[in-house]
Every structure is written in structure tokens, then in C-alpha cells.
Design a protein around this ligand. Sequence first.
Ligand SMILES: [Mn+2]
Length: 428
Amino acid sequence: MSEQNRVRIFDTTLRDGEQAPGFSLRPSEKLQLARQLDLLGVDIIEAGFPIASPADAEAVRRIATEIRRPIIACLARCHRADLEKAAWSIEPAARGRIHTFIATSDLHLQAKLRMTREQCLENAIDAVRYARQHTDDVQFSAEDATRSDLDFLCRVVEGVIKAGATTINLPDTVGFTTPDDTREFFEGIRGRVPNADTVVFSTHCHDDLGLAVANSIAAVQGGARQVECTINGIGERAGNAALEEIVMAFHVRSDRLPYSVGVDHRQIYPSSEMVTGLTGQGVQVNKAIVGRNAFAHEAGIHQDGMLKDRRTYEIMRAEDVGAPWNPLVLGKHSGRHAVQKRCAELGLTIEGAELLEVYRALMAIADERKIINDNDIVATVSGVRTLSNGQTSTGQAQPAATAAVDPFDTPSTAAPHAMQESGYGHGV
Ligand SMILES: [Mn+2]
């Protein structure tokens, strides 16, 4: 793939992610996560917002000292004090970036910053010039870019490129745009602004409408070559674009999305686990790529297909993202085939009438408990075997038909024989 289609992954888990409610991390935890992000292969780590607190500045400086391969970036408003603190924080870095920003939408200028467009433009240019005195790598973000007046935004982008900005980030700060908007927006600005081809354009999307990943991909199709994202999609409000979803979309659908990244997929799941562990905030079970159910199948028709050929219901493999592969969750939608397979994995060979007996007993448990675990399986097989041997714990003979669970109180008894083989659950 050509260098033109190389997309830089700018991870902001430690900045935008960390500033979300309930996600704050201590400096030592930030350093631990930065090491993992380095292993993951991200191009840029945004390590913090140094003016926000002395601990944040210290964390950025420690990361900049230790983590040598990726670019270490940190955030600063267009204020001298912010920029000085940012410069101090990245000073030890092998490659340090100052990321400065100011809002460009009239709403933010009037309601929040109480400044005119001209003052905004002047502040942006001054900040970029000042940052360039400390590092050659300066990123400028136009906060709320997607709700800004396009002509004014183009003037700001032109001004900061002249002042020395090397990356131009156009955030969808409030998660408002759609994929079509986003693509036209990037194409339009890159087409209009002089010297746009001398800088890297960047996208930063929030997920308020659940469109952050789709919008980020649309931005890349519109010419952006840096994507800002976070592990597990954590971030302000509904979060940022999820790194794992963007990377795997490029990987699985390279036919339509011919973009390359430097990320090692097999480090995706370990990174997700670390974020969950450090923050104490789990991901939703059905979260794409990293959720507990992302590679699990309970529906019997799916399980049967999976046992015959994984490609029937999988577009990527759990092991591709470093996740443990334990795809067959046994529940009330499972069939005998899956029960037999799991028993075999547990060292229990069961077939024929015994399999039917075990299957019915497990389905009765599933009606009560939603998920059947390995202990249930072992206990059920042992219970069925004890009964069919005519033995009970007291040594007295007992008829095999009276199992500990009611084998007939399950949906399977009413179904045709063929359905018991593969089980239930929707096929589509
Ligand atoms: Mn953000």
C-alpha cells in the first residue's frame, strides 16, 4: 500500500478518554498504559493536558522520558501559560508535539470565549508561532470545527499553516456531523486552503449519535491522514471514535478501505483489558471487537455453522485481535452439537441417549440461568451417569427417568428432532 494511504493513529485515551467522568488515572497508571499503547503501535500518544494539573504535567513528562518510539503529544489552549507548560512536559521526548486549540464556531466564540473572529484568528496564529519555537511538530485544532463558518474556518487553517502548524485537526467536538458531511467537509477545505498539501489533516469525532467511527472513516476518504481515537471508545460524553473499530474496519474491509496503519492487531484486546482494569469501567458486552460477546455465539443455528466452518458467522477471528476464543456460549438457544463439543473439550465423551439426556438437563438449567458454565456441564454429566447406572449417593437403585431437573420443561421437547441437533436462535 502506498505511503499516500498510510493513516496515522493518534491515540487520545490518556487525554480525551481520561478526562471523561469516572476515568481518571494516576501518573503511574498513565505510564503503564502508555507502554501498552507503544506495544500496540500507535503513531502518536496524546499523553495529557499539562496545564490541567501538576500531576497531568508530570505524567506527560514521565511518558515523554520513557516512551521513545511514538510521538508524544500534549494539549494546550492558545495561552502562553498552557504552551509553556506543554513545552516543559514534552521537552524530554525523542519526538514531542504541542497540540494547541481554539474554538472557531460563532457559538463557542460568542457564548464561551467572548471574542471576535479576528481575535480568535490572531490567538491561533500567535499560539502556533510560539509553539514552533519549542518544537517543529505543532498540531492545531479548531474546536467545534464542524459547526464553524466554513469561510472563516478556511482563513484560520490558512493562517496557522503559514504560522508553522504541521497537522490540522478538524474535530467534530459535539458528535454532530454525518459521514457525507464529513467527507465533503475535508475534501472542501483541502481543496480551498493554499498549501493544504504540505500538512497532515486530522479527524477527531465524538460518538453522540453513534457515528464517530463512520465519520472518522469518511474523513479519511475525504483526505484526512490522521485519526484521533481512543481504546474502547472512551472519552467525553458518549466517547470518541473507538481505535479498535477503525483499525479492524481497515483490516477486514481493505477492499473498500485501502488504508494502512501501524497498529499490531493482536495488541488490541490486551490494550482494551488494560483500560478496563485501570479505570474500573467495563465495556458493554456487545461492544464491537472488544466486548465479551463480540466473538461469542449462543444461537444454535450459528453454533452449528461455526462448528462446521467458522467463516459462516465470523468476519474476523478473536485471535486476530488478541482475544481469547471461547465462542460457543451454551444457553437455551444452543443445540446438541454444541453441547457435545463442549463436553468433549472438557474430556467428557457423550453420545446417543446419554447426550440427549444431558442436553435436556442443561436446557432446563439454561431456562433459569441464561448461561451455562463448565461446572454445570460437569455436574450434569455426572448426575446423568449416576442415575443411568441406577446408583444414588445412598447406593439405592433409582429409575433413570427421574433426573434432578425436569428434562421436559424446555423448548426442545416441542421441537422437531432436526432442531435439537443444531439448536435454536435466529439464523439471520
Ligand atoms: Mn474531544
